[in-house]
Design a protein around this ligand. Structure first.
Ligand code: G3I
Length: 496
């Protein structure tokens, strides 16, 4: 009967009335008078109809209905980053500032909504976990693990061994034997403590020098040689058989001297049967020099050809030095996030993308490079073109190539009927008439970072994506106060 209530046809596509007949004959067992059989069949058919009706009523309104109602009511926002990642089975993660997580409810709610992977920005580092030799403080990191478990997220461990943020007792005066002992003790304690809770560890971070294709002259390398890497991976594997074990580094997005040195190191480790599963590419990018999809994919594929997985482990995109208005900078940034997501999607063994934070409000970039806007959400947690770019890239939509128009207007508020404009950037409020018009619509509810007008004919389509701000034709007269309009100059050809 459950089968039967699945509508006109049941699971096997058999018309329900035939099933009713089948059920009746099974139930009846012994021969009955034709009159009784007729009454029974009527009762059974009636029962089936009631069941079908009941179930039909309980079905959620269709997705389209839901979208339509969203159009009428408020912000049309596409699916989340984690949902977009799920369509291509990619993890979408963010590095987490433990203080912000505990003190900023907006931070925590967006993190849980948008991401299915977290990395401790600092809480799992050697010098943070073990300030004093032999004494570990797992409290803050454990809080992050609990948050992740509560929100169905995986945890990337970062980083068991790194030349920075070392504890005070690891310094140039330590003996080689003592250094080896404290490193093994730290990995045993840390990988052991989190065993079973870590999706993947950055076991060794940034061991290759920035120039010369050689190993970084860290205290670990100087005292133990390259074999500290082998020892670190073997010790981690011994304490956690399930965690994936990664090497992680920066400035390796394309084939260059440094990524060649990392590639050579990976081949040496594999030749020595070191238990390494993959490589993290940090992707701390400057929008002026961001790589193309082809460059990223080509570089990734030589590492996956070694049998390793790859992941983008610390994505952020600095824009402060890009020439252009803020809206143009953020439009370019959005394209770069889209390209990065597209590159990961094109590489089978790229398991995901972690950005180094997700809101400009807490990014490390400001204190290291000067005030910038490197992430997907702005200081007020509003989505930026970078959010939409990453989402669309995860969904497989290629980033636009045409120049980022110089007509980005510092304010918006266009009325219906403005054809020839396309817009992008983030959720927006579509007015009811938006769906009846066949041209640009009134777009409100924007903040400083995205301006422009939706062009896609809104009539009929229930989910509007807005992926970039530029104009395909100049307005006869500026719709914004002259002093704030961009001059209708030739479209600015932006870097990258
Ligand atoms: O927690 C202390 C606080 O108690 C003290 O009052 C304050 C003042 O000095 O410092 C705080 O520690 C700071 C820590 O961030 C937490 O905010 C450290 O000084 C500061 O150096 C540390 O910076 C971190 C940096 O790594 C360390 O080099 C950044 O937050 C973190 O985003 C950054 O992340 C690294 C990755 O781990 C590896 N890849 C590069 C990436 C960027 O450098």
């Amino acid at each position: 009967l459950t089968w039967l209530s699945s509508g006109p046809e049941n699971l096997f596509g058999v018309p329900s009335f035939k099933m009713a007949r089948f059920v009746e004959e099974v139930l009846s067992g012994c021969p009955r008078s034709s009159q009784e059989k007729k009454r029974m069949r009527m009762r059974l058919a009636l029962g089936v109809l009631c069941l079908v009706w009941a179930c039909a009523e309980s079905v959620e309104p269709s997705a389209i209905d839901a979208e339509e109602s969203a159009l009428d009511s408020d912000i049309v926002s596409g699916e989340t980053l984690r949902a977009a990642g799920a369509t291509t089975r990619r993890k979408v993660g963010a590095a987490v500032d433990i203080d912000a997580l505990s003190k900023d409810p907006t931070y925590a709610s967006i993190l849980a909504r948008e991401f299915n992977a977290v990395t401790a920005e600092n809480a799992m580092k050697w010098g943070v976990l073990q300030q004093t030799r032999g004494v570990w403080n797992f409290g803050p990191a454990d809080a992050l693990v609990r948050f992740a478990q509560q929100n169905k997220m995986v945890v990337r461990g970062h980083a068991l061994v790194w030349h920075l943020q070392l504890p005070p007792f690891v310094n140039d005066s330590i003996s080689a034997d003592d250094l080896r002992n404290v490193m093994v003790a730290h990995i045993n304690a840390t990988a052991g403590h989190f065993a079973g809770k870590i999706y993947g560890w950055d076991v060794v971070n940034e061991a290759v020098d920035d120039t010369g294709g050689k190993m970084r002259e860290s205290v670990l390398f100087k005292k133990l040689g390259e074999s500290f890497i082998d020892l670190a991976f073997r010790t981690a594997r011994a304490k956690d058989l399930n965690a994936r074990l990664y090497y992680n580094d920066y400035a390796t997005e394309i084939q260059n001297e440094k990524s060649d040195a990392v590639y050579a190191l990976m081949k040496r480790l594999i030749a020595r049967n070191v238990p390494i599963d993959g490589v993290g590419f940090q992707y701390h990018l400057d929008a002026r020099t961001a790589p193309t999809v082809e460059q990223m994919v080509t570089n990734f594929k030589r590492f996956t050809a070694l049998g390793l997985s790859v992941n983008i482990s610390e994505l952020d995109v600095r824009v402060k030095d890009v020439v252009g208005t803020q809206a143009q900078k953020l439009a370019l940034q959005g394209r770069i996030y889209q390209r990065v997501a597209a590159a990961c999607r094109q590489v089978t063994r790229c398991y995901g993308i972690t950005s180094w934070g997700f809101t400009d409000k807490y990014s490390w970039i400001d204190s290291f490079f000067g005030a910038d806007d490197p992430l997907q959400f702005d200081d007020a947690f509003a989505k930026k073109p970078a959010y939409e770019g990453q989402r669309l890239g995860l969904l497989g939509e290629a980033a636009p190539e045409e120049p980022i128009g110089a007509e980005l207007l510092p304010n918006g508020g266009f009325e219906n009927g403005l054809t020839g404009w396309t817009g992008s950037g983030a959720p927006f409020a579509l007015t009811a008439e938006a769906r009846s018009q066949t041209s640009a619509v009134k777009v409100t509810g924007r903040t400083e970072t995205y301006h422009g007008v939706l062009t896609t004919p809104a009539s009929g389509k229930s989910r509007q994506q807005v992926s970039r701000w530029f104009s395909r034709r100049r307005l006869s007269a500026p719709v914004c106060p002259t002093h704030m309009c961009e001059s209708p100059a030739r479209p600015l050809r932006m870097a990258g």
